[in-house]
Design a protein around this ligand. Sequence first.
Ligand SMILES: Nc1ncnc2c1ncn2[C@@H]1O[C@H](COP(=O)(O)OP(=O)(O)OP(=O)(O)O)[C@@H](O)[C@H]1O
Ligand SMILES: [Mg+2]
Length: 398
Amino acid sequence: MTTKKRERDEDSDSDSESVVSALQLSHVPSVTKHRESESKRIWGFLEGRVREQAGGTLYVCGGPGTGKTLHVERARAAVEGMEISTVRGTSFANGEALMFAVARALAPPSSMEKIEWARLSAKECVAEFEAKVLRGAARQRGKRRNKVFGLVVDEIDSLVAVAGDATRRLFAVAARPENRFALVGIANAIDLPQRALGAKPSDTVVFEPYTFLQLRDIVADRAGDKFEAKALELAARKVAAQTGDARKVLDICAKAVRLASGDGIATIRHVVAALKDSAASPACATVQTLPVHARVALAAAIRLSGAKGHFSRKDLFHAYQQQCPGLKADMAADEALALLEATGLLEAVDARRRGSGRAATTTAVKRNRRNAPTAARALRLAVDPQDVQPALGNLPSA
Ligand SMILES: Nc1ncnc2c1ncn2[C@@H]1O[C@H](COP(=O)(O)OP(=O)(O)OP(=O)(O)O)[C@@H](O)[C@H]1O
Ligand SMILES: [Mg+2]
């Protein structure tokens, strides 16, 4: 290879790397488009809380990758006169951990260290939160009369199974305007607060899936000149037809640019290859959406599923505890198993057919559930461990 050709290839490689990083999710574009009215409503809610010196609840929902987290963060940063903390529902294995983190984010340590959230009834918990956390924090800062506290709880749906009570309490506290506590919950399902938390938010902002034109524009703004027009159109059309998920189109386009490195701009051929690649493991995508306690349980199930293929619930509880001793095993483990079954990653094996290795049908599972104690039902993996392994990296050890 001539020196000139090598230099050209190196230039093209480093150029495509910089394009790939512009397409990566960690890259925060300085300006975003297509969510102006949603952003305005979120900002309006927060700004209204400051102006009225009152609390309230806002729910933000929509499918994955529709820009909820990004635009709530932007609105949060643009609001003045309110301290707003953010927590992610996937970080907590139980209600006590959630309440503790929220209290720590809002209040000075002295006002909440002695509160044992798990021991309090729902009513007491709300009273403690109001008296010690919110008022304690306001007093400490000497601004008792003009301070509103804001909290964003992202991925609130992951809390329903493991910290439903605590989440309900947070909504209850924020629903009283006199508490000056503004809560913004984010999740996918439109009716989650009403259905799972018995809460009625003051307002709900829905993020619709992005359209083909919007997805094309989002990628073009970051890396338009690295694509043949038809190739970019194909990626945007495919994703718009399936989910309207900006994360997905960015991922596919980053793959296509990588595949094209050395060849110049990304063409239809590169996009087709990237689409094929990203469709390879839907199970992996499912695992990525699971809360941490469910991923810990899945990793434990993979370890157990060695020679026999199936294992008992009891063994799985035990392995779960060993895998991650810092996470409380009781209720979180139960819910983790329910989630793994509901998402089809684990399946029940009918005890009578265990030898033949056939999984129970849903009806058989239900019948079996009625007749046999839960602990006696055997489980097995319903996915190939290799398919989901990439999504199990970096699990916390506590
Ligand atoms: N309007 C937009 N302009 C530019 N980039 C966007 C836009 N919307 C989303 N993105 C990109 O897509 C990524 C995913 O968006 P975001 O994290 O806000 O999705 P989400 O709705 O919170 O999804 P999930 O429900 O999975 O949490 C962002 O990190 C950002 O890079
Ligand atoms: Mg999000």
